[in-house]
Write a protein of this length. Structure first.
Length: 326
């Protein structure tokens, strides 16, 4: 039996453009037809949050008319999306909602106990997560459901020529906006130990000054983000808590190793723990040393293997439910 047709509704048309392209490719490997509707967030499209919700509802209604299975890439209203999707799509349309951060790293609506109770009414909306940690957190908060664990999309890239600056020191970058769960103390300690031998750079919105690091407080476009990853020797993911890292995956796609805490979803990207760190600053510095001497071709090969695993898993998901149940 062939795979179902799928409509991807990307509710963060700006921020998740690369992610959604990978998702379409992974689902498309099943052989079914996959289409995508981008719903731009207010920071891209302008307008209010209410305008965003209206565009989202219109996209869901358009998807319903196709009769295809619908998957939403990001909750606009948290757990209330579950009810909204069921009301708009109806009972005959299979649907799924991807929950990246079941306990948001930044302030977000729709994740409190009341919203979870309201969302639980729509039991037929699948909730998809990308890491075991996210699955555990979501199952703990929502005993009414069993999350579906599927790999984060991976998009292997062609080799990018690396142009080194006159300064021959290895380049280590932290990319993306500041969030409260970033480990500033850890970064300062790394700066104290490696600042003289490495170029340590932080580029993203709302970052405070960090001793030992060059900090640039600015928005980074999709194109520049790729360039900053491709021209770094290593990318650091210095979170105290996170569920998965799109930055780590994009970095690997471009041949640059990403360094993160042991026990996190970053461990799924590598065959060993050489780029993983424990609580000690020494372990982070050791992982940085290993990463800055890594072979970029080997990194892209790891990305290609992760893509194969991803496509196989999403192809299985795209099979009609009665086939998957058997």
């Amino acid at each position: 039996m062939t795979a179902q047709d799928v409509v991807v509704v990307n509710t963060l048309g700006g921020a998740l453009r690369h992610y959604s392209a990978g998702l379409v490719a992974a689902i498309g490997a099943s052989g079914g037809a996959v289409s995508i509707v981008h719903v731009d967030e207010p920071s891209v499209a302008g307008g209010s949050g209410l305008d965003w919700v209206r565009r989202y509802v219109a996209a869901l209604w358009s998807a319903r008319r196709t009769g295809a299975r619908v998957i939403v890439t990001w909750p606009v209203l948290g757990h209330l999306d579950r009810l909204l999707m069921r009301l708009v799509l109806g009972r005959r349309v299979d649907s799924a909602l991807i929950v990246h951060d079941p306990r948001p790293l930044v302030r977000a609506r729709g994740y409190g106990e009341r919203s979870r109770r309201v969302g639980a009414v729509a039991r037929r909306v699948e909730l998809v997560v990308h890491s075991a940690a996210a699955a555990e957190a979501l199952a703990a908060d929502c005993p009414d459901l069993v999350p579906v664990l599927l790999p984060h999309p991976v998009v292997p890239r062609a080799e990018v020529p690396r142009v080194r600056a006159a300064d021959a020191r290895p380049v280590v970058r932290v990319l993306g906006q500041f969030k409260p769960d970033r480990d500033l103390e850890l970064l300062a300690e790394i700066g104290a130990q490696l600042g003289a031998t490495h170029r340590l750079e932080i580029i993203g919105r709302r970052w405070p000054a960090v001793e030992g690091w060059s900090v640039t407080d600015e928005f980074v476009s999709e194109e520049r983000l790729d360039d900053l990853m491709a021209t770094a020797d290593a990318v650091l993911v210095p979170y105290k808590r996170f569920f998965q890292s799109g930055i780590a995956i994009r970095s690997l796609e471009l041949g640059t190793p990403a360094i993160g805490p042991a026990g996190s979803s970053i461990a799924d990207l590598y065959p060993d723990d050489r780029y993983l760190a424990s609580d000690s600053v020494a372990s982070w510095c050791g992982a940085i040393t290993a990463a800055t001497s890594a072979d970029s071709a080997a990194m892209r090969e790891l990305a290609a293997r992760a893509d194969d695993v991803c496509r196989a898993a999403w192809s299985r998901w795209a099979e009609p439910p009665r086939v998957r149940a058997g």
